[in-house]
Design a protein around this ligand. Sequence first.
Ligand code: ZN
Length: 344
Amino acid sequence: MKKNLDMPNIPQFKNAVIAINLDQKKKKEHIIIGDFEYVNRYLRGAKKDKIIYEKTRPFGSLLLDIQPNVNFFVDVRVMILNTKKENRANIISMIEKLYANENPVLKYIALKLWEEYNHLLRAIKEKDSGYNGMDRVEYLTLPFRHHLIHEILEWQKMTPENPLADMLYDYFLFPVQTLYVASLQHTTEFAATDFAVMPLLAYYLKNIYDNHKYFSYCKVCKKLFLSPDLNKTTICSAKCRKIQQKKNKEKYDKATRDLDYERTYRNEKMYWYNRIQKAIKRGISGKALAELQEAYEEFKRVASIMKKQVKEGTLDFGTFDMWYLDMRCEIDALMEKHGLGKYM
Ligand SMILES: [Zn+2]
């Protein structure tokens, strides 16, 4: 009696497919993963069956799903190609672990790897030399051995006219399928792949660059966003723009405050200094000069303390400025006292 082989605890599909519709106006992507025939029927109104993932997400989400995990996928490639019976349990456990991911692309890859593994077993049994399992697994796992976002930013930098022109041939090796879903009002386009994900990524990027958008990191929240130009717009949203405006204003206020109190301090010091010079020129007595200089030193001592307080924000500039006026009166009064009045 033939013993049933162990199977992974994942849906068994004939041909898993990943399909996306991009809507840049609404800034959304609609992604569906399932068995091709069922996805195709579902899009045309049939009930939802054999569909493992469907979500409308923020535009660009699929590209952010591609994060490098090089070591893991190198191991996966080696493991899948080991078709010995005693390795089956390892493969099943790996496929189940991969499928359990929240990341929809990893779920899809798990389904495809399982398909490929079975294809490989069949090819061996039927001595089908036309089937190249190694290449197939390689192409399936390839995106996760690249750092997609780094590459995108590099392509944009190198060839801003059309970053697609800089992409590796790997991205265009396989065709993208187009599914049209027509209603009386309009026709919706879904791009789909039932094999390598890379062409779907190329399709995605084409859509972005055709709409003259570029990937950019927001200088406020540091998140990736789509900018309407290559270098000019560096802030992602109205919210971040507000934060930046507030920061700019604080910086500006501080700069002008710095300028105001430093400049006023210099002017007022000069006011005192000029009067003392005048007194010296007029041959004022040593005792009188000592009195003026003592007052000048005291003025500088207090002014520098108050200046520090304005800088630290514990004293407002207006109060500081009023104090200067009082001090002008003080030196003027001293001058008058020693016969060096206003008309001197
Ligand atoms: Zn931001």
